[in-house]
Design a binder for this molecule. Structure first.
Ligand SMILES: NC(=O)c1ccc[n+]([C@@H]2O[C@H](COP(=O)([O-])OP(=O)(O)OC[C@H]3O[C@@H](n4cnc5c(N)ncnc54)[C@H](O)[C@@H]3O)[C@@H](O)[C@H]2O)c1
Length: 313
Protein backbone atom coordinates (compact mmCIF):
# COMPACT_ATOMS: atom_id res chain seq x y z
CA UNK A 1 0.00 0.00 0.00
CA UNK A 2 2.52 2.64 -1.10
CA UNK A 3 -0.08 5.31 -1.73
CA UNK A 4 -3.41 3.93 -0.58
CA UNK A 5 -6.97 5.10 -0.77
CA UNK A 6 -8.23 5.55 2.80
CA UNK A 7 -11.83 5.94 3.98
CA UNK A 8 -12.74 7.37 7.39
CA UNK A 9 -16.29 6.80 8.68
CA UNK A 10 -17.17 9.31 11.40
CA UNK A 11 -15.60 12.78 11.14
CA UNK A 12 -15.61 13.84 14.81
CA UNK A 13 -12.65 14.55 17.05
CA UNK A 14 -10.77 11.39 16.07
CA UNK A 15 -12.03 10.85 12.52
CA UNK A 16 -10.94 14.23 11.15
CA UNK A 17 -7.57 13.87 12.87
CA UNK A 18 -7.00 10.37 11.48
CA UNK A 19 -7.93 11.67 8.01
CA UNK A 20 -5.39 14.46 8.48
CA UNK A 21 -2.62 12.04 9.53
CA UNK A 22 -3.15 9.87 6.43
CA UNK A 23 -3.40 12.90 4.11
CA UNK A 24 -0.18 14.38 5.50
CA UNK A 25 1.45 11.01 4.74
CA UNK A 26 0.41 11.39 1.09
CA UNK A 27 -2.68 9.17 0.91
CA UNK A 28 -6.00 10.13 -0.69
CA UNK A 29 -8.62 10.14 2.07
CA UNK A 30 -12.41 9.99 1.72
CA UNK A 31 -14.36 11.01 4.84
CA UNK A 32 -18.02 10.50 5.61
CA UNK A 33 -20.31 11.31 8.55
CA UNK A 34 -24.04 11.02 9.20
CA UNK A 35 -24.10 14.52 10.64
CA UNK A 36 -23.85 17.06 7.83
CA UNK A 37 -22.44 19.83 10.06
CA UNK A 38 -19.65 17.52 11.23
CA UNK A 39 -18.75 16.59 7.66
CA UNK A 40 -18.95 20.17 6.37
CA UNK A 41 -16.49 21.40 8.98
CA UNK A 42 -13.80 18.77 8.20
CA UNK A 43 -11.75 20.99 5.84
CA UNK A 44 -11.75 23.98 8.17
CA UNK A 45 -10.83 21.85 11.21
CA UNK A 46 -7.97 20.16 9.36
CA UNK A 47 -6.75 23.47 7.92
CA UNK A 48 -6.75 25.01 11.40
CA UNK A 49 -4.70 22.04 12.72
CA UNK A 50 -2.23 22.22 9.83
CA UNK A 51 -1.77 25.98 10.32
CA UNK A 52 -1.38 25.64 14.08
CA UNK A 53 1.39 23.07 13.52
CA UNK A 54 3.02 24.81 10.56
CA UNK A 55 2.39 21.72 8.42
CA UNK A 56 2.04 21.71 4.63
CA UNK A 57 -1.51 22.90 3.91
CA UNK A 58 -1.59 21.08 0.56
CA UNK A 59 -2.40 17.89 2.54
CA UNK A 60 -5.96 19.22 2.62
CA UNK A 61 -6.22 18.68 -1.17
CA UNK A 62 -6.08 14.94 -0.48
CA UNK A 63 -9.05 15.00 1.95
CA UNK A 64 -12.43 14.44 0.27
CA UNK A 65 -15.55 14.75 2.46
CA UNK A 66 -18.58 12.93 1.02
CA UNK A 67 -22.19 12.56 2.16
CA UNK A 68 -22.41 9.41 0.07
CA UNK A 69 -21.40 6.51 2.33
CA UNK A 70 -21.01 3.99 -0.50
CA UNK A 71 -18.93 6.36 -2.63
CA UNK A 72 -16.72 6.98 0.38
CA UNK A 73 -15.85 3.36 1.12
CA UNK A 74 -16.24 1.41 -2.14
CA UNK A 75 -12.76 2.09 -3.62
CA UNK A 76 -10.83 2.30 -0.36
CA UNK A 77 -7.98 -0.07 0.47
CA UNK A 78 -8.19 0.75 4.18
CA UNK A 79 -11.35 1.81 6.02
CA UNK A 80 -11.28 3.25 9.55
CA UNK A 81 -14.43 3.55 11.63
CA UNK A 82 -14.46 6.42 14.17
CA UNK A 83 -18.12 6.69 15.19
CA UNK A 84 -19.12 7.02 18.89
CA UNK A 85 -18.17 4.33 21.41
CA UNK A 86 -21.43 2.35 21.11
CA UNK A 87 -21.27 -1.36 20.29
CA UNK A 88 -24.60 -1.74 18.41
CA UNK A 89 -23.79 1.39 16.36
CA UNK A 90 -20.32 0.12 15.47
CA UNK A 91 -21.69 -3.31 14.49
CA UNK A 92 -24.27 -1.65 12.25
CA UNK A 93 -21.64 0.58 10.64
CA UNK A 94 -19.39 -2.42 9.90
CA UNK A 95 -22.33 -4.28 8.42
CA UNK A 96 -22.81 -1.33 6.02
CA UNK A 97 -19.07 -1.07 5.37
CA UNK A 98 -18.77 -4.77 4.52
CA UNK A 99 -21.59 -4.53 1.99
CA UNK A 100 -20.01 -1.53 0.23
CA UNK A 101 -16.27 -2.25 0.47
CA UNK A 102 -13.89 -3.99 -1.94
CA UNK A 103 -13.29 -7.62 -0.91
CA UNK A 104 -9.59 -6.91 -0.27
CA UNK A 105 -10.11 -3.77 1.82
CA UNK A 106 -8.97 -3.81 5.44
CA UNK A 107 -11.67 -2.85 7.95
CA UNK A 108 -10.44 -1.14 11.13
CA UNK A 109 -12.22 0.14 14.24
CA UNK A 110 -10.85 3.00 16.32
CA UNK A 111 -12.71 1.87 19.45
CA UNK A 112 -11.04 2.95 22.69
CA UNK A 113 -11.87 -0.08 24.80
CA UNK A 114 -14.49 -2.38 23.19
CA UNK A 115 -13.05 -5.80 22.21
CA UNK A 116 -12.71 -5.99 18.43
CA UNK A 117 -14.21 -9.51 18.53
CA UNK A 118 -17.52 -8.01 19.71
CA UNK A 119 -17.52 -5.33 17.01
CA UNK A 120 -16.55 -7.59 14.10
CA UNK A 121 -18.36 -10.80 15.15
CA UNK A 122 -21.18 -10.34 12.62
CA UNK A 123 -19.01 -9.90 9.52
CA UNK A 124 -18.90 -12.52 6.79
CA UNK A 125 -15.16 -12.08 6.26
CA UNK A 126 -13.58 -11.47 9.66
CA UNK A 127 -10.05 -12.19 8.46
CA UNK A 128 -9.61 -8.63 7.17
CA UNK A 129 -11.02 -6.87 10.27
CA UNK A 130 -9.04 -5.50 13.19
CA UNK A 131 -8.68 -2.64 15.63
CA UNK A 132 -6.45 0.38 15.11
CA UNK A 133 -6.56 2.38 18.31
CA UNK A 134 -5.24 5.89 17.70
CA UNK A 135 -4.64 8.47 20.45
CA UNK A 136 -5.89 12.04 20.57
CA UNK A 137 -4.82 14.14 18.72
CA UNK A 138 -4.13 11.48 16.08
CA UNK A 139 -1.86 13.72 13.98
CA UNK A 140 0.46 14.31 16.96
CA UNK A 141 0.30 11.19 19.12
CA UNK A 142 2.57 8.54 17.54
CA UNK A 143 1.05 5.34 18.96
CA UNK A 144 -1.53 3.21 17.17
CA UNK A 145 -2.43 -0.11 18.83
CA UNK A 146 -3.10 -2.75 16.17
CA UNK A 147 -5.46 -5.35 17.62
CA UNK A 148 -6.33 -8.57 15.83
CA UNK A 149 -8.96 -11.11 16.76
CA UNK A 150 -8.62 -14.89 16.51
CA UNK A 151 -10.00 -14.51 12.96
CA UNK A 152 -7.67 -11.71 11.73
CA UNK A 153 -5.20 -12.92 9.12
CA UNK A 154 -1.48 -12.30 9.67
CA UNK A 155 -1.43 -10.50 6.31
CA UNK A 156 -4.06 -8.02 7.55
CA UNK A 157 -1.92 -7.25 10.61
CA UNK A 158 1.24 -6.94 8.50
CA UNK A 159 -0.35 -4.64 5.91
CA UNK A 160 -1.81 -2.43 8.64
CA UNK A 161 1.44 -2.18 10.60
CA UNK A 162 3.29 -1.33 7.37
CA UNK A 163 0.73 1.32 6.35
CA UNK A 164 0.82 3.01 9.76
CA UNK A 165 4.60 2.80 10.09
CA UNK A 166 5.09 4.35 6.65
CA UNK A 167 2.70 7.14 7.69
CA UNK A 168 5.07 8.03 10.51
CA UNK A 169 3.04 6.42 13.29
CA UNK A 170 4.33 4.00 15.94
CA UNK A 171 2.19 0.89 15.47
CA UNK A 172 2.33 -1.86 18.08
CA UNK A 173 0.73 -5.28 17.72
CA UNK A 174 -1.50 -6.24 20.65
CA UNK A 175 -1.60 -10.04 20.58
CA UNK A 176 -4.87 -10.62 22.49
CA UNK A 177 -8.17 -8.82 22.02
CA UNK A 178 -8.94 -7.63 25.57
CA UNK A 179 -11.02 -4.63 26.79
CA UNK A 180 -8.87 -1.49 26.80
CA UNK A 181 -6.04 -3.20 24.87
CA UNK A 182 -2.68 -2.14 26.41
CA UNK A 183 -2.71 1.66 26.55
CA UNK A 184 -6.08 2.25 28.15
CA UNK A 185 -5.60 -0.55 30.69
CA UNK A 186 -2.40 1.11 31.87
CA UNK A 187 -3.86 4.60 31.73
CA UNK A 188 -7.02 3.72 33.63
CA UNK A 189 -5.21 1.64 36.24
CA UNK A 190 -3.49 4.92 37.12
CA UNK A 191 -6.71 6.95 36.93
CA UNK A 192 -8.50 4.49 39.26
CA UNK A 193 -5.90 5.07 41.96
CA UNK A 194 -5.92 8.84 41.27
CA UNK A 195 -9.68 8.95 41.87
CA UNK A 196 -9.39 6.72 44.95
CA UNK A 197 -6.78 8.99 46.55
CA UNK A 198 -9.14 11.97 46.23
CA UNK A 199 -12.18 9.92 47.27
CA UNK A 200 -10.49 8.78 50.46
CA UNK A 201 -9.38 12.31 51.39
CA UNK A 202 -5.66 11.61 51.14
CA UNK A 203 -5.10 14.64 48.93
CA UNK A 204 -7.05 16.87 46.56
CA UNK A 205 -7.26 16.48 42.78
CA UNK A 206 -4.74 19.22 42.08
CA UNK A 207 -2.21 17.50 44.34
CA UNK A 208 -2.64 14.18 42.51
CA UNK A 209 -1.89 15.88 39.20
CA UNK A 210 1.04 17.85 40.64
CA UNK A 211 2.59 14.71 42.13
CA UNK A 212 2.50 12.97 38.74
CA UNK A 213 3.58 15.93 36.61
CA UNK A 214 6.48 16.85 38.93
CA UNK A 215 7.77 13.30 39.41
CA UNK A 216 7.43 10.12 37.36
CA UNK A 217 5.27 11.85 34.74
CA UNK A 218 8.37 13.80 33.67
CA UNK A 219 10.27 10.56 33.09
CA UNK A 220 7.51 8.53 31.50
CA UNK A 221 8.07 9.73 27.94
CA UNK A 222 11.60 8.31 27.97
CA UNK A 223 11.42 5.64 30.67
CA UNK A 224 8.63 3.06 30.60
CA UNK A 225 7.62 1.36 33.87
CA UNK A 226 9.30 -1.92 33.03
CA UNK A 227 12.50 -0.16 31.96
CA UNK A 228 12.26 1.68 35.27
CA UNK A 229 11.73 -1.60 37.17
CA UNK A 230 14.89 -3.00 35.62
CA UNK A 231 16.73 0.25 36.27
CA UNK A 232 16.00 0.15 40.03
CA UNK A 233 16.19 -3.65 40.11
CA UNK A 234 13.45 -6.26 40.01
CA UNK A 235 14.25 -7.09 43.68
CA UNK A 236 13.50 -3.48 44.68
CA UNK A 237 10.34 -3.54 42.60
CA UNK A 238 9.22 -6.77 44.30
CA UNK A 239 9.80 -5.28 47.77
CA UNK A 240 7.79 -2.16 46.86
CA UNK A 241 4.95 -4.22 45.41
CA UNK A 242 4.76 -6.43 48.48
CA UNK A 243 4.12 -3.36 50.64
CA UNK A 244 2.13 -1.10 48.31
CA UNK A 245 -0.06 -3.33 46.16
CA UNK A 246 -2.29 -4.57 49.03
CA UNK A 247 -3.09 -0.90 49.81
CA UNK A 248 -3.91 0.19 46.23
CA UNK A 249 -7.52 0.44 45.05
CA UNK A 250 -8.54 -2.77 43.26
CA UNK A 251 -12.32 -2.34 42.95
CA UNK A 252 -13.63 -3.90 39.75
CA UNK A 253 -16.06 -1.05 39.12
CA UNK A 254 -16.12 2.68 38.53
CA UNK A 255 -15.69 4.73 41.69
CA UNK A 256 -18.84 5.98 43.48
CA UNK A 257 -17.05 9.36 43.77
CA UNK A 258 -16.83 9.56 39.97
CA UNK A 259 -20.45 8.42 39.63
CA UNK A 260 -21.52 11.19 42.03
CA UNK A 261 -19.67 13.84 40.00
CA UNK A 262 -21.45 12.73 36.82
CA UNK A 263 -24.84 12.55 38.59
CA UNK A 264 -24.31 16.11 39.87
CA UNK A 265 -23.63 17.35 36.31
CA UNK A 266 -19.96 18.02 37.12
CA UNK A 267 -18.70 16.86 33.74
CA UNK A 268 -15.30 18.60 33.65
CA UNK A 269 -14.58 21.08 30.85
CA UNK A 270 -18.09 20.57 29.45
CA UNK A 271 -19.75 22.03 32.57
CA UNK A 272 -16.85 24.11 33.91
CA UNK A 273 -16.23 21.87 36.91
CA UNK A 274 -15.36 18.25 37.59
CA UNK A 275 -12.58 17.10 39.90
CA UNK A 276 -11.56 20.79 39.75
CA UNK A 277 -13.00 24.14 38.64
CA UNK A 278 -12.46 24.95 34.96
CA UNK A 279 -13.20 28.56 33.98
CA UNK A 280 -12.77 29.25 30.25
CA UNK A 281 -9.29 30.78 30.67
CA UNK A 282 -8.03 27.75 32.59
CA UNK A 283 -9.38 25.42 29.89
CA UNK A 284 -7.68 27.46 27.14
CA UNK A 285 -4.40 27.57 29.07
CA UNK A 286 -4.40 23.79 29.60
CA UNK A 287 -5.17 23.06 25.94
CA UNK A 288 -2.40 25.46 24.83
CA UNK A 289 0.08 23.86 27.24
CA UNK A 290 -0.74 20.37 25.95
CA UNK A 291 -0.42 21.37 22.30
CA UNK A 292 2.88 23.13 22.95
CA UNK A 293 4.21 20.05 24.75
CA UNK A 294 3.15 17.60 22.03
CA UNK A 295 4.47 19.86 19.31
CA UNK A 296 7.84 20.15 21.05
CA UNK A 297 7.93 16.35 21.42
CA UNK A 298 7.34 15.97 17.67
CA UNK A 299 10.14 18.42 16.90
CA UNK A 300 12.49 16.42 19.13
CA UNK A 301 11.45 13.10 17.54
CA UNK A 302 10.20 13.90 14.02
CA UNK A 303 8.32 11.14 12.23
CA UNK A 304 9.29 10.25 8.64
CA UNK A 305 6.07 11.93 7.48
CA UNK A 306 6.73 15.20 9.31
CA UNK A 307 10.48 15.35 8.69
CA UNK A 308 11.46 18.32 6.56
CA UNK A 309 8.52 20.40 7.67
CA UNK A 310 9.35 21.56 11.17
CA UNK A 311 12.92 20.27 11.15
CA UNK A 312 15.38 23.11 10.55
CA UNK A 313 18.05 20.95 8.86
N1 LIG B 1 -11.80 11.17 21.87
C1 LIG B 1 -10.68 10.49 22.16
O1 LIG B 1 -9.77 10.96 22.83
C2 LIG B 1 -10.53 9.09 21.58
C3 LIG B 1 -9.26 8.49 21.56
C4 LIG B 1 -9.11 7.22 20.99
C5 LIG B 1 -10.21 6.58 20.47
N2 LIG B 1 -11.46 7.16 20.53
C6 LIG B 1 -12.58 6.44 19.96
O2 LIG B 1 -12.82 6.93 18.65
C7 LIG B 1 -14.22 6.82 18.34
C8 LIG B 1 -14.75 8.18 17.94
O3 LIG B 1 -14.55 9.07 19.02
P1 LIG B 1 -14.62 10.66 18.84
O4 LIG B 1 -14.08 11.23 20.11
O5 LIG B 1 -14.03 11.06 17.54
O6 LIG B 1 -16.22 10.87 18.79
P2 LIG B 1 -17.03 12.12 18.17
O7 LIG B 1 -18.35 12.11 18.84
O8 LIG B 1 -16.19 13.35 18.22
O9 LIG B 1 -17.22 11.73 16.63
C9 LIG B 1 -18.04 10.69 16.18
C10 LIG B 1 -18.60 11.09 14.82
O10 LIG B 1 -19.28 9.97 14.28
C11 LIG B 1 -20.43 10.46 13.60
N3 LIG B 1 -21.38 9.36 13.42
C12 LIG B 1 -22.28 8.87 14.30
N4 LIG B 1 -22.95 7.85 13.74
C13 LIG B 1 -22.46 7.68 12.47
C14 LIG B 1 -22.74 6.78 11.41
N5 LIG B 1 -23.67 5.83 11.55
N6 LIG B 1 -22.04 6.90 10.26
C15 LIG B 1 -21.09 7.87 10.13
N7 LIG B 1 -20.78 8.75 11.11
C16 LIG B 1 -21.46 8.64 12.27
C17 LIG B 1 -20.91 11.60 14.47
O11 LIG B 1 -21.77 12.48 13.73
C18 LIG B 1 -19.59 12.25 14.89
O12 LIG B 1 -19.21 13.27 13.98
C19 LIG B 1 -14.88 6.23 19.58
O13 LIG B 1 -14.96 4.84 19.46
C20 LIG B 1 -13.91 6.62 20.69
O14 LIG B 1 -14.00 5.78 21.82
C21 LIG B 1 -11.63 8.41 21.05
Amino acid sequence: MAKARIAVVGAGLMGHGIAQAFAVAGHEVMVTDKMLASLASVPERILANLRELGDDESALDRVHPSHDFTACVRDAHFIVEAVPEDLPLKRMVFDEIERAARPDAILASNTSVIPITKIMGGLNDKSRALGTHWWNPPYLMPLVEVVGTRWTSPETIERTVALLGAAGKTPVHVRKDIPGFVGNRLQHALWREAVALVESGICDAETVDTVIKASFGLRLAVLGPLENADLVGTDQTLAIHQTVLPAIDSRAAASPYLEALVAAGKLGFKSGDGFRQWPAEAQAALRARLLQHLRAARTRHPSPASRGRDDPQ
